[in-house]
Design a protein around this ligand. Structure first.
Ligand code: CA
Length: 230
């Protein structure tokens, strides 16, 4: 596990807690050191602060993901900063706004790791068996974890993919943000509903604004449109 955080007090606090949970923890205090530590230490998950000296968390995330897909939990200063990051397509898997509780950080990291393991297991188990989901012009290949709309492939993060599949398995059905959090993030506490909103924004940006309908105060529904190609 890698923690990239320039405030020594916060970095130490996080590292202590994660070490107490039994994880091996490396700490990097600036962006370039973070990229280097991700390269040499090959962490299974990265806790990444956005505001860093040198290159910021966005750039660290891009450089690390360009070499090897690693789950990233990003620490932001404000909720609207999370939306801004999603708009830029940074590709983090989860976001937490400071200040946060260590208990919540640990729970989210555990959920993130469970999700990665489950996704790998699903791919292995269903490689030859899961038929593609076809909804209008949207095609989701679960075995290959690939998505296309009207013949154009979209590149989704693992979390975006899982969210899309969850919505696509119940098309035209409104799923509450709490249910999506539980099913996709494996996260029972409803305090992370903004994370759901952020990932829906990312899916709309990558697959078109009309695909997922917002039901205000309730949740989201996938609305198939267009016709299958061929
Ligand atoms: Ca910082």
């Amino acid at each position: 596990m890698l923690v990239v955080e320039d405030e020594p007090a916060i970095a130490t606090q996080i590292a202590r807690r994660l070490t107490a949970e039994g994880w091996r923890v490396d700490v990097a205090a600036d962006g370039l050191a973070g990229v280097e530590a991700a390269r040499s230490g090959r962490p299974d998950v990265i806790v990444l602060d956005v505001m860093l000296p040198g290159i910021d968390g966005l750039e660290v995330c891009r450089r690390v993901q360009a070499e090897r897909p690693v789950p990233v939990l990003m620490l932001t200063a404000r909720d609207d900063e999370t939306d801004m990051l999603v708009g830029l397509g940074v590709g983090a898997d989860d976001y937490m706004t400071k200040p946060f509780s260590m208990r919540e950080l640990v729970a989210r990291l555990k959920a993130l790791l469970r999700r990665v393991e489950r996704a790998q297991a699903v791919v292995t188990a269903s490689e030859s068996s899961a038929p593609p989901l076809e909804l209008g012009d949207l095609v989701i290949d679960r075995a290959q974890r690939r998505v296309s709309r009207a013949g154009t492939e979209a590149h989704l993060t693992p979390t975006e993919f899982d969210l899309l599949v969850c919505l696509a398995l119940s098309p035209r059905t409104v799923l509450t943000r709490e249910r999506l959090l539980a099913e996709v993030w494996d996260w029972a506490d409803a305090s992370g509903t903004r994370t759901v909103d952020s990932h829906v924004k990312a899916l709309r940006r990558k697959l078109g604004p009309d695909l997922i309908r917002t039901v205000h105060g309730v949740g989201y529904a996938l609305e198939p449109t267009g016709t299958p190609r061929g």
